[in-house]
Design a protein around this ligand. Structure first.
Ligand code: PLP
Length: 402
């Protein structure tokens, strides 16, 4: 590794974040308190959601949404194979059965495939906005309305993404419908980071209350406020909850990451457009498209190799990039390939042939706000050089296809 190595990701932490953390430490209030309340309020406003709850991970946000909606044993929840394990783990952790639908060419869940998975037991859908590209929510909401299903969006990649001109997370009458809950992640590599953290938003006051109680051991929220703010010692545990609250030290970071989010998105979008300009005409790959009526968050820039035009596989190209100074990743190893899920037939490879095929061809290139133009050009040139050397002539590719 040389000094000019381009890493897969670098967080963008500004002086405001650092100053706010210092102030928080000096304030003496370290756990969930005024800064978390402020972060929640500003976040709710940014995504146009009436209720938001800060939690200590995106996984916690998904788990609270499922538990808060009383999804459990006997219920089936349909999600995508191209996701992080947390999406499926939380479904299993509430005792429900995860079911995979296949994906579209853009990597997002295919509404037609969702329909083919519906049974009398289906209770909920968890679409994932892969890379920050919004799913076809109108089609997903139509299914949910017809089959009376809950919708929880896994928006771990999607802060700053928009659908029909409104932020992911919005509940606005202009959308015609909205999801029951939307889960965001503030993990170190995500668009908005607090190191570890997350947020769950909803339009449903009851669900918001329920999640708030479950988030802190199941202690009744009113009692907790009296306890923490007014010095009263008595509280009651009204539900068997979890320990998922976000600390004020983390919220201090989040407040400023949120205020800078539009600017950070623009910087990521610039990297994406430089990649597109440099790579669109390369025959051995395809670059990600934006969909009409959406705004991409550009959390990830996932290229798809055209393996029929290459003499080597994806892993060889990743290796070559790494040895020549570029870090990449793969999003995601499809759920069926993890040993933990091998005993669930609804999570088998045969349920999602398109995801399995896509998996062989995808590479996530470095993309982050502080990435310099010169670094993007270096990745483009290197990739072009590697692909050119492993290129299979068109005639041979055609022959291979026949
Ligand atoms: C990161 C991620 C999560 C989990 O978020 P954490 O904050 O790490 O718990 C869930 N789903 C997807 C798609 C993710 O990328």
């Amino acid at each position: 590794m040389n000094s000019s190595f381009v890493p897969f990701h670098k967080p963008s932490i500004g002086d405001e974040e650092i100053a706010e953390v210092t102030n928080t430490l000096r304030s003496g209030w370290l756990t969930t308190g005024p800064r978390t309340a402020q972060f929640e309020a500003e976040f709710a406003k940014y995504v146009h959601a009436p209720y938001s709850l800060a939690v200590n991970s995106g996984t916690a946000a998904l788990h609270l949404a499922l538990a808060g909606l009383h999804i459990g044993p006997g219920d089936e929840v349909i999600t995508t194979p191209l996701t992080f394990c947390a999406t499926v783990n939380t479904i299993l952790q509430v005792g429900a059965t995860p079911v995979l639908a296949d994906v579209l060419q853009n990597g997002n869940i295919d509404p037609t495939s969702i329909r083919s998975r519906l049974t009398a037991r289906t209770r909920a859908l968890i679409p994932v906005h892969l890379a920050g590209l919004p799913c076809d929510m109108s089609a997903i909401w139509d299914i949910a309305k017809q089959a009376n299903l809950k919708v929880i969006e896994d928006a771990a990649h999607a802060i700053s993404a928009e659908y029909l001109g409104l932020p992911i997370g919005a509940s606005d009458s202009r959308l015609g419908y909205h999801s029951d809950a939307v889960a965001f992640s503030f993990y170190a590599t995500k668009n908005l980071t607090t190191g570890e953290g997350g947020m769950v938003t909803t339009h449903d006051a009851c669900l918001a209350d329920k999640m708030k109680v479950l988030c802190l051991h199941g202690i009744s929220a009113d009692a907790w406020e009296r306890y923490s703010e007014k010095g009263k010692w008595y509280y009651e545990v009204v539900d068997c909850g979890f320990k998922y609250n976000l600390s004020d030290v983390q919220s201090a970071i989040g407040i400023h990451q949120l205020r800078r989010q539009e600017q950070l998105r623009q910087m990521r979008a610039r990297v994406a457009s430089l990649y597109k300009a440099g790579l669109s005409s390369v025959e051995e790959l395809t670059v990600p498209d934006e969909e009409p009526q959406t705004r991409h968050a550009w959390h990830l820039f996932i290229i798809q190799l055209r393996l029929e035009r290459l003499t080597v596989d994806r892993d060889t190209i990743i290796q070559e990039l790494r040895s020549r100074g570029v870090g990449t990743s793969v999003h995601f190893i499809p759920i069926p390939l993890h040993p933990a899920y091998s005993r669930y037939p609804q999570l088998g490879k045969e349920t999602c042939p398109r995801a399995m095929e896509l998996y062989r061809r995808i590479i996530s290139l470095p993309i982050y706000p502080d990435m310099k133009d010169e670094e993007v050009h270096r990745v483009v040139d290197l990739l072009k050089d590697i692909l050119q050397k492993s290129s299979r002539p068109l005639a041979a590719a055609v022959e291979l296809a026949n």
